[in-house]
Structures are given as C-alpha cells and as structure tokens.
Design a protein around this ligand. Structure first.
Ligand SMILES: [Zn+2]
Length: 106
C-alpha cells in the first residue's frame, strides 16, 4: 500500500510526499470540500450536506493527525475536524482531479 512519507502544510495546500515517489499538493479549500464525514455527506444517500459557500476561501488546515495506518484527519480553520481522509481516497483524488498537482521525483 502507498503511504505518505512526509506531510507538510505549505502556502498552497497540504503537500504529501508518497512513498511511491510522487509528491502531491492538495489545495486547502479543495480538500476541505472533499470531506466525507457524516456532517458533510448524508450517510445513507451520499447527498452533500456541506454548504460550500460557507467554507471560507482562505481556509487552511492547521494540523493533521494520522488515523491508524490508513488515513489522515485535518483540523480546519473553520473548526471542522471530523473528516477522515483515507490514503486510498487521497491517491484517487491525485489521479483523477486536476486540482491536485503531483510531481514525480524520478
Ligand atoms: Zn466533514
């Protein structure tokens, strides 16, 4: 399984150096909007509950926690901290979304 080697909060977003050699930057607000916790997405239906316009443009993540060996949890400046971001989800975003900028070290 691909896991983060290093995680940094940069001026642009959360920068994750994956152990497969890719370094990907996830813009803060973009990542906040991907939150899939029960307060942001209705569990049964997958319906979005998050009011996107209420998320500040200048939101950042001030802190992160490792959740087990499979996910990260971020503390956002809008006080939201219940979202868990599995590595598999973060890697999927890196592959499929142009908002996430990745560089390869090799
Ligand atoms: Zn959430």
């Amino acid at each position: 399984m691909t896991v983060p080697d290093q995680i940094d909060m940069t001026g642009e977003g959360v920068r994750i150096a994956w152990d497969d050699g890719r370094t990907c930057t996830y813009p803060y607000r973009y990542l906040r909007l991907q939150c899939a916790c029960a307060a942001c997405v209705e569990e049964m239906t997958g319906r979005p509950l998050l009011n996107v316009s209420a998320v500040p443009d200048d939101i950042i993540a001030v802190e992160y926690l490792s959740v087990g060996k499979y996910a990260l949890q971020f503390l956002w400046t809008d006080s939201h901290d219940s979202g868990i971001y599995p590595f598999t989800m973060l890697l999927r975003l890196a592959e499929n979304d142009n908002a996430v900028v990745c560089e390869s070290s090799d």
